[in-house]
Structures are given as C-alpha cells and as structure tokens.
Design a protein around this ligand. Structure first.
Ligand code: DAH
Length: 360
C-alpha cells in the first residue's frame, strides 16, 4: 500500500504541533473518526484480493495504532500542562498574614439598648415596637393630651407635611415612645408587660438635646400593680444596669397627662474631675418620667380601667448611656466621628447578657 508513510508523517507532525485539546480532537476525527482518512482506507480493504488485504490490513493497523498512541500521549501532555498552568496561577502563600479585622464597633446607644433589653427581659418584659412617623392620635390624643393641651407645644413637635385638602389624620415624628403603650395594649390587651426602646424626635439642639434621641418606654398592667412595683422595678433595673449595688433614686412628684399620680425620677451621682460615679456624691440627674397609667389612657387602648391598672415610665437612653460610660457631650453621639466611635464603641462579638456580664 502506497502513501502510508506520508500519512504517518502528516499526522504525527500535526499532532506534535497541536497546542490545545480542541485542535487535537479535530485531528483525531480527521484521521480515525468514522469518516477519517485512515478509516476510509480500512473500509477499502474489503475490495482487495485476500493476500493484498492481509498485508495492507496489517500495515494500516500499525499506522492506526501509532497515530492513536501519539494522540493519547499528546492529550495527556496537554492536560498536564493545563494543570501546571492552573497551579502556577492559583498559587497561594498560606504563610501570609490574614486580612486585618474590620474595625467597626457597636454604638453605645445600641449597646445600652441591648443591655436594658436583657435586664427587662429577665423581669418578664417583652419588647414592643411602633412607627417613628406616628399619627397625632397615638402620639397625643390617646395619651390624654387633647389638641389644646399645653403639652403639645412643650413637645416641640415635627409635623409631617400635608397638602391642602389632604384629609388623612395628621402625622408627626413621634415625640416620645409613649404611643407604643397604646399600640401594645390595643394589640395584646391586659395583663401586659412590655418595654419599647426606640428613636424619638423634638425640635431642640444644645449640649444636652439633639433633635433625634432615644427613649425606652416601660408598661406593666395587671389587676393589682402599684407605685411600689414601679419603684422596685426601677431600682432593680438601675442596680443591674449601672452594675453597682448602691444606687439611690429620688422620686419627685410631677405631672404628665397620661399618668396619675406622676413622678420624675433622679439618680444620685458624683462628678469628680469629669469622672461620673453612680450612687455617690451630691448631684442628681433626671433619667425618667413615670406614674400610674391614667384610666383614660387604658380606655383609649380598649383596656377596662375598672379591672386593670399599672405603671408606665419613659427613660432617656442617651442619658443613661452618658452616665454609665462617662460620655460628656450628647451631640457627639450622632456626629459619626470614627475616632469617637472607636473610643466609645463596643465589640460586635460581645452580646450583653445577665449571666456573662453586661458590658465586660
Ligand atoms: N413620655 C414622657 C416624655 O417623653 C416620659 C414619660 C413620663 C413616659 C411618664 C411615661 C410616663 O410612660 O409614665 O417626656
């Protein structure tokens, strides 16, 4: 059979020159595929004389095996080269130092919210929520603050814009967390024990006031809850929160439309060279307003005042954060100064709980 040597040279040269698997496959098909050149010659054997066929068949088989072996060897070589290239490319020095940890911190207000939630949860209070854009009914009327009441002016309220002819109820940025009392009682009825931490808004700005600040509302309604329960609850809370045994609270008679009787509560502290200490000294800081929930407030939330009674309080979260962590200026809380946040912030990995320590 003539030309077999040429075929052999042709294919072995081509195989040697191939650089990728697709081209190699094309070559295999061209030579050994069903319609390939070698296969066509094999098919032609049938028409030969038996002697001729035997010799030609043997030569063709040898050629076919040679090309097949070359193809396989090349295929293995290409796969090895591809693996080498990948290993070179995906090389990784496992001895390099890791990426630096993110330096974000938990804001003192968030930290304090977690802490007080842990303390009140331990006393059986659930967390309730309400919207920051609140209808004036929830924010005022339902809390026994009718439209002409002076307290409406004292609250320095932000009103939401209304177009002329808009007859939806007027809305405000809630001026306190007290409306959550109404929402929680309307939803859950009595008995109930909830706290509601969150943002509140008033048009006010100086060293101790910011237009947005934080309160936590407390509400406990049952058949026989009294001022004594309020006093105990607040003292227990302050002891746990400030992590000092000696905490002294002062209850001052006061007035709120939504409580009767009402009391404002101050905590004793000292300020020595800018160092604040709770439970000693001769200074008092007001931290909350409180009282027995007014029967009209219970009724507005669908709770029968002849059957149920209880206490409520509203405490300034930013205030108690300043006291506990010795932070002198309230405005800095909301300036997002990274140096301040790193200094006063907390690790994201330390979740406050009563067993493990609140702020360790
Ligand atoms: N809502 C009052 C305020 O923002 C605080 C307050 C006083 C809340 C007495 C109460 C309360 O629940 O009983 O000034």
């Amino acid at each position: 059979m003539d030309g077999l040597d040429d075929l052999k040279v042709k294919y072995l040269t081509a195989v040697a020159g191939v650089t990728d698997e697709a081209a190699l496959e094309d070559l295999r098909v061209a030579a050994l595929g069903k319609k390939g050149e070698i296969s066509a010659l094999m098919a032609g054997l049938g028409k030969m004389e038996p002697d001729q066929r035997k010799a030609a068949g043997a030569m063709l088989n040898v050629l076919k095996d040679e090309i097949d072996a070359a193809l396989r060897a090349k295929k293995a070589g290409l796969a090895d080269a591809a693996l080498d290239a990948r290993l070179r490319e995906e090389w990784l020095d496992v001895t390099l130092p890791g990426r630096p940890r993110p330096r974000g911190t938990i804001h003192p207000v968030s930290q304090v919210m977690e802490e007080l939630t842990a303390i009140f949860a331990d006393m059986g209070f659930a967390v309730a929520e309400g919207p920051q854009v609140e209808s004036d009914w929830y924010n005022f009327d339902a809390l026994n603050i009718p439209p002409e009441h002076p307290a409406r002016q004292e609250h320095d309220t932000f009103f939401m814009h209304r177009d002329a002819g808009d007859d939806r109820p007027p809305h405000v940025l809630r001026t306190h967390t007290s409306p959550v009392q109404i929402r929680a009682m309307t939803e859950q009825g009595a008995p109930i024990r909830v706290i509601a931490p969150g943002r509140v808004y008033r048009m006010d700005m100086d060293q101790t006031h910011t237009p947005m600040f934080h309160q936590v509302e407390g509400l406990a309604i049952d058949r026989d809850i009294s001022m004594a329960n309020l006093k105990w609850t607040l003292e227990e809370f302050c002891r746990a929160f400030f992590e000092v045994d000696k905490v002294e609270l002062r209850f001052r008679a006061s007035h709120f439309p939504f409580t009767e009787p009402s009391a404002e509560v101050d905590i004793r502290y000292s300020n020595v060279g800018g160092q604040l200490r709770i439970g000693e000294g001769d200074k008092w800081m007001e931290i909350l307003g409180s009282g027995m929930v007014h029967p009209k407030v219970l009724a507005a939330a669908g709770v029968n005042p002849d059957e149920w009674q209880g206490f409520a309080f509203g405490m300034g979260i930013d205030r108690i954060a300043m006291l506990k962590y010795g932070i002198p200026d309230l405005r800095a809380f909301f300036e997002s100064d990274l140096r301040w946040l790193r200094h006063y912030g907390f690790s994201a990995l330390d979740m406050p709980d009563l067993a493990g320590g609140l702020s360790s």
